[in-house]
Ligand binder design. Sequence first.
Ligand SMILES: C[S@@+](CC[C@H](N)C(=O)[O-])C[C@H]1O[C@@H](n2cnc3c(N)ncnc32)[C@H](O)[C@@H]1O
Length: 222
Amino acid sequence: MKPETRIILTEDGSHTLYVDSLGEYYHSVYGAIQESNHVFIWNGLSSIRRQDIVVLEVGFGTGLNALLTYISGKKNKIKIQYDAIELFPLETSLVKKLNFTRFLDMDNPQLLRDLHTLPWNQIHALSDIFTLYKILQDFNHFIPEQKYHVVYFDAFAPDKQPEMWSEKNFAKLFHAMETEGVLVTYCAKGAIKRTLQRVGFGVELLNGPPGKHEMIRAVKPG
Ligand SMILES: C[S@@+](CC[C@H](N)C(=O)[O-])C[C@H]1O[C@@H](n2cnc3c(N)ncnc32)[C@H](O)[C@@H]1O
């Protein structure tokens, strides 16, 4: 069943969503844009020294990470293939109310809406350097067909959705990543760190975004 969500204002002024049934937010209440930039863009995407990067996002959600990745890729002239998996797409009426673009340097103010309205399970060229492939599927049953340089692991917290953070799922991602590829997540729990190490990743604890002490970056060794 599709979870009920409502819009919440976070401390940096940007919106996030709250899922009543899970008691869980889509982003940090200390700042949604701030968290996404810190965890996924600066410590994930920007750590890859390549001019063409293949990204997988687990949990497309509001599209904020996709939006920030598009902006970063354009600014740094990096070609990006962005694959994102999601089981519960949001209603366009809700997406239209999200205020992210107010804080971002956008060449196309409709981009957030487009990210959501473009059909699932098809490849879309959003510019000459950015392609989007949204996969409508349960991540627990997802079989990757591609090798990724960066994985944005943005599932709900391990205590809310433990199956998403299973050793089986991380092993699946490990095998779907290029060597020296990175998996980043806002989570810094010891149990998740150890699961990532067991499947073969080298794990670093980095400073977290404001309001969070640490985050994880897992690297697939060469
Ligand atoms: C923390 S939110 C993601 C936030 C998102 N990255 C953003 O920037 O808005 C977790 C996301 O995982 C999705 N999700 C939950 N269970 C899933 C599953 N089994 N397979 C794929 N996606 C799932 C939720 O619907 C939600 O969009």
